[in-house]
Design a protein around this ligand. Structure first.
Ligand code: UD1
Length: 418
């Protein structure tokens, strides 16, 4: 298992070439089995979650090839509708496969999904919506068995704007008989991207990005070559890294509207932010001020996927901050690791009370989930002395060449094989 060795205290300067969004690419892999024509997803990031989705498709009988940064998927020979527990336990996004497999084969069997250990992550909203489309579901021995004669369009309401459930409903409704109307949809930019991808294949979907999505079922979907949106969470991670370390960093390819509340919070910290078209430049110097309160919310609220990183920034800023995590129950598991570096943070349930300290110090810490792991790297970059961040498997799930991009900005970070 690899680890990072990081010598803190370097300012960051330069621009970052962003990867395609992990959370956009994963559902596109799932959507590729909706057609027996060839699908090419351009600029697919070399992250382990993408490789895992590729393995899932191969297990179904699809041909998946990575070449020059793109991935080409030909699922004309796919014939299997079951995904083994080894792969679904590895990756929660495999739950999207339910909608796709039902559309393609009218049946699907998957093991209960896994992913980062950040809470219970139930899938009741997905299953209830599929039932509305005419799917019969049985859960037994950790497996979910789904089947239907035909998928029939329906009016569906979801009580909470779940990203995954919204995407699954789109994947199950795209070729259903008649019209599906989803009320209470999630509005994340990656959902708009899935709509654009599906419509490029011939689907008739509108409303993504609002809370009502309308899907007119179509008979056939064709092949497509598609470039996904850039990763707004990666962009946010690098901007926060610069706020912690000082310097000037520019990210390109993500509209400011997709990072709205983060930019507002970073201004509150005292950072200067310059926006020009799809370029966002942040400059910061000296010790920043704490945000008084941050609450994670579904888009366009503050993203839960940047909660750990902004907590790391508050840990070294002046004053105190209250961070409330509304999406996932156990998303403060990285806090004891930050405490090893000298952070003064108390967690009570879903709330973290942060008292900013002047500096963190180097320590040996372990990444226990993707975004928490990224936060530890950022904390180490700003700390005094040398840190090691152990177990990079989670970070590698979502950030491609994290260390290379940081080094190009002037950070002192290297990967060591243990
Ligand atoms: C997606 C993102 C993840 C991000 C999250 C929230 C992908 C691949 N992952 O995950 O990075 O952190 O959105 O922005 O896009 N819930 C239920 N029942 C369900 C489904 C969800 O109660 O059937 C709850 C979850 O427990 C959680 C909340 O809804 O509390 C949000 O989950 P959801 O939006 O579904 O997140 P994911 O799609 O898993």
């Amino acid at each position: 298992m690899d680890k990072f060795i990081i010598e803190g205290g370097r300012e960051l300067h330069g621009s970052v070439r962003l990867q395609s969004a992990k959370n956009a690419v994963l559902p596109l892999f799932a959507a590729s089995v909706l057609t027996d024509k060839q699908v090419t997803i351009r600029e697919t990031p070399p992250i382990t979650d993408a490789y895992c989705m590729a393995e899932i498709l191969r297990e179904l009988g699809a041909d998946v090839r990575f070449h020059d940064g793109d991935v080409t998927i030909d699922s004309s020979e796919a014939c299997c509708h079951e995904i083994s527990s080894a792969l679904t336990k590895e990756l929660r996004s495999s739950v999207f496969m339910l909608g796709s497999l039902l559309t393609r084969f009218h049946r699907a069997v998957i093991a209960y999904p896994g992913g980062c250990d950040i809470g219970l992550r139930p899938i009741d909203l997905h299953l209830n919506a599929l039932k509305r489309l005419g799917v019969r579901i049985m859960e037994r021995d950790g497996f979910i068995y789904c089947e239907c004669d035909t998928l029939r369009g329906a009016e569906i309401g979801i009580d909470f704007p779940s990203v995954g459930a919204t995407e699954n409903i789109m994947l199950a409704g795209v070729k259903a008989e008649g019209k599906t109307v989803l009320q209470g949809a999630a509005k994340e930019p990656e959902i708009v991207d899935l709509q654009n991808f599906l419509n490029s294949m011939g689907a008739r979907i509108r409303g993504a990005g609002t809370d009502v999505i309308e899907i007119e079922g179509v008979r056939e979907l064709g092949g497509v070559t598609y470039t996904p949106v850039k990763d707004r969470i990666e962009a946010g991670t690098f901007l926060i890294a610069c706020a912690i370390c000082g310097g000037e960093v520019e990210v390109e390819g993500v509209g400011a509207e997709n990072l709205g509340l983060l930019l507002h919070k970073l201004r509150e910290n005292g950072c200067k932010i310059h926006i020009k078209n799809d370029k966002i430049k942040l400059s910061g110097s000296g010790r920043l001020k704490c945000n008084r309160r941050i609450e994670t919310m579904p888009f366009p609220g503050f993203p839960t996927d940047l909660q750990a990183q902004i907590t790391a920034l508050n840990a070294v800023s002046e004053g105190g901050a209250l961070i409330v995590e509304n999406l996932f129950e156990t998303r403060f598991k990285y806090v004891p690791e930050l405490q090893k570096m000298g952070a003064d943070i108390e967690v009570h349930g879903r709330t973290a009370f942060v008292r900013g300290v002047r500096k963190l110090h180097g320590a040996s810490v372990t990444a226990g989930d993707l975004r928490g792991g990224a936060a530890l790297v950022l904390a180490a970059l700003g700390a005094e002395g040398v840190s090691e961040v152990l177990d990079l498997s989670y970070i590698d799930r979502g950030y491609s060449d994290f260390e290379g991009k940081l080094r190009a900005l002037g950070a002192e970070i290297k990967r060591v094989r243990v």
